[in-house]
Design a binder for this molecule. Structure first.
Ligand SMILES: C[S@@+](CC[C@H](N)C(=O)[O-])C[C@H]1O[C@@H](n2cnc3c(N)ncnc32)[C@H](O)[C@@H]1O
Length: 323
């Protein structure tokens, strides 16, 4: 077997972007047409945890969701549907048939042309690319707002993150990318909950793929307002103060007030609580949406910032409260 350049072995944060096989396992809650479309534009493209693929014209922005396909990429894709590492490709059928030289040659050729970038542990996290990738996991966010929120969170590199309201995992994916490499992420969601539908136990392993090798994920399924759930979250944090919390679960005025009252004390002094949907909803909204009202009541008691893409927009908008 050919020696593989050491840089290639580094674990890439990017490859997790491509780890969901939409064709084999449509995500419950995503309608089949949307899932089929995603399977076409986001097939599972490459190795797990080895390299990331970008198109040359996207190098400036680093957008990881645009991939230029060419013959070399196709050849490697064909070989890489299942393997977990580059060595599996070299040692597997494709490598056996074409020889290790051919595999390594194709990979190095792609790197030279800027189509493949070796993962680099020192590379700063590209929040634009993370936000773009989070849309594959159906982040319920305005992309520009999510980029700005990721930037804020990246500054503090949180070690303990609590997310109330995970749905399909879009924001959870994002936090995992900008959190500390040893961060503990705690996700709370209510199966069948309003505004996303929550997730089931079987999605936990999918969400775990979002995390780095040394990150931990605890999933708590239940009503965030129930005292047992509050206690489970408290126990999960093991007395370590929370650095960052997202409140994006029950969007009613009562719901968001209770989440704030129940969990605020877990957040360390100077830590952040993010609220989603601080903009008023459109008048015809049937769902109870009271985050905007609650936010306006409390924001001036704290240092805070508002991330709002368009001041005239209905809904969305992220409030960042420093407690
Ligand atoms: C808007 S989605 C979250 C979106 C996610 N943060 C994102 O942007 O990708 C709201 C989620 O909150 C959950 N939810 C609603 N009420 C809840 C409650 N009382 N406790 C916990 N989760 C709740 C819903 O099940 C839904 O999955």
């Amino acid at each position: 077997m050919l020696p593989v350049p050491p840089g290639m072995w580094r674990v890439s944060r990017w490859l997790r972007v491509y780890d969901w096989d939409w064709r084999k396992r449509p995500f419950p809650g995503v309608n089949p047409v949307a899932a089929a479309h995603r399977a076409q534009i986001y097939p599972r493209r490459f190795f797990y945890h080895v390299l990331r693929v970008i198109a040359p014209e996207d190098r400036e922005t680093g957008r990881a969701d645009a991939v230029e396909y060419d013959q070399d990429v196709h050849a490697l894709l064909a070989a890489c549907f299942e393997p977990v590492s580059l060595s599996d490709v070299i040692e597997g059928d494709f490598g056996q048939r074409h020889g290790a030289d051919a595999v390594a040659g194709a990979i190095l050729g792609l790197i030279e042309r800027g189509l493949l970038v070796t993962a680099d542990a020192d590379e700063p996290v590209d929040t634009e690319a993370v936000a773009a990738a989070s849309e594959m996991y159906v982040a319920i966010q305005v992309r520009e707002e999510f980029v700005a929120a990721l930037e804020c969170v990246k500054q503090i590199e949180p070690r303990v993150v609590v997310e109330i309201g995970t749905a399909f995992g879009g924001t959870l994916f994002g936090w995992a990318q900008v959190a500390h490499p040893e961060a503990h992420l705690v996700s709370v969601d209510l199966p069948g909950g309003i505004g996303g539908g929550g997730y089931t136990r079987e999605h936990e392993s999918h969400f775990r793929n979002f995390c780095g090798a040394r990150q931990r994920l605890t999933c708590i399924l239940g009503d965030s307002q129930h005292p047992d759930v509050v206690e489970r979250v408290r126990a999960a944090t093991e007395g370590v103060p929370v650095d960052m919390m997202l409140i994006d679960g029950d969007h009613s005025y009562e719901g968001v007030s209770k989440d704030f009252a129940n969990y605020r004390s877990l957040v360390r002094e100077g830590g952040m609580i993010l609220f989603h949907d601080i903009q008023p909803p459109p008048p015809e909204t049937a769902q109870p949406m009271g985050v905007w009202r609650f936010w306006r009541e409390i924001r001036d008691d704290y240092r805070h910032t508002e991330i709002i893409h368009d001041p005239d927009q209905f809904s969305a908008g992220i409030g960042v409260l420093y407690v």
